[in-house]
Design a protein around this ligand. Sequence first.
Ligand SMILES: Cc1ncc(COP(=O)(O)O)c(C=O)c1O
Length: 412
Amino acid sequence: MPDGILSPRGRRLVDTPPAAEYLLERVIRAPDRWHPASDPDGHVELCTAENTLLAAELAEALGRVGSPPTAVLGYDVMTGSAVFRERLAAFMGRSFLGRVFRPEQIAVLAGAGSVLEVLFYTLAGPGEGVLVPTPGYPGFWPDLETRDGIRIIPVPRTPDDDYRLTPVMLDAAVAASPVPVRALLYTSPDNPLGRVVTAGEVEEVWAWADRNRLHVVFDEIYALSVFGSEPFVSAASVRPHLGERAHVVWAFSKDFGASGLRCGVLVSENEEVVAAVDGLAYWAAVSGDTQYRLGELIGDAAWVDGYVAENRRRLAAAYAEVTGALDRHRIPYVPAAAGIFFLVDLRDDLGEPTWESERSLWRRLLDEGDVNLTPGAACRAPEPGFMRLCYAKEPTPAVLRGIERIAAVLGR
Ligand SMILES: Cc1ncc(COP(=O)(O)O)c(C=O)c1O
């Protein structure tokens, strides 16, 4: 392309697209997806953190809501209608935050990704650092780095300490950071580990952020997808106030299996942060129709409680079947108690413990097995060989077929 047609930043997006290779493959292979009758040899997508286990029930419930009021056809507050934010405050308070925030402390944008992109725009400047424990959710890098120009500073966690994040590790990451650090982005329950943490760990991390006068953003997008014995502990329930520098993010994408509806939520007690986010909300607003439909659903406490409970049951059942298959094929994994994924440990299958070997193993699984896992490199795993397996996007029989193919490629 001749110079000057795109701006330098437009050119950067074309030359170095934010989407990782595994996501590009996902799009290419999507038309040839596994189907029990028509395409049993089709592609098995295990790389995407989506939950379709209750898709039919959700679509049916959304259909029952009926016609929206004509008001949804017009402009409203760009961070969400007052009615929707009131209903969110009640629903989130009751179901996982542990207390009810005021609607003015809530902002709604088009998915958690938009919330994070806009929130961090207001918290950190270009070239400043945000700490992200690794392995982490691959999307954090594009969310924070692409347009906000923020630099993610990884905080490596390892299996040796059970992936626990400690103040010592955070201190070391700040000391090694080449740029000033402004915030910590802490995901709980965790992606890709599906780890549930105690109130003690949340408080320890939060106290560390306070001591260092840093913002801490608690990404709690998997709050209601906990299926193990340990209960989820929201940051909002650990202290009586979030204060000026703590913020909570959630979305309908995972716990409701509605990533396509694009509805994420920010909870913050910092009026200036909410006002700054409001200044950018017009470009990432949620459709009035979507707000109306989701608002009606969460306003029905009996329905929503039943849905959340059934989702947990189905996640637990899918996790048990999928890990049972891995056990039978002697493929090790890091056990999870929440979320819609976990890490499989393919270190013994790498040959050499290098990122090149990890990439070629990922490629072999894709080309020979037609199975797409999320490579550990995309999660910035501290060592090669761990790949994320998402088991709630495809029907469980497809996931089990994918595991058979993985085992065949690995010669197990
Ligand atoms: C931890 C975490 N945060 C944010 C997101 C982005 O979610 P959304 O689809 O609501 O933008 C994801 C999606 O996978 C996630 O796992």
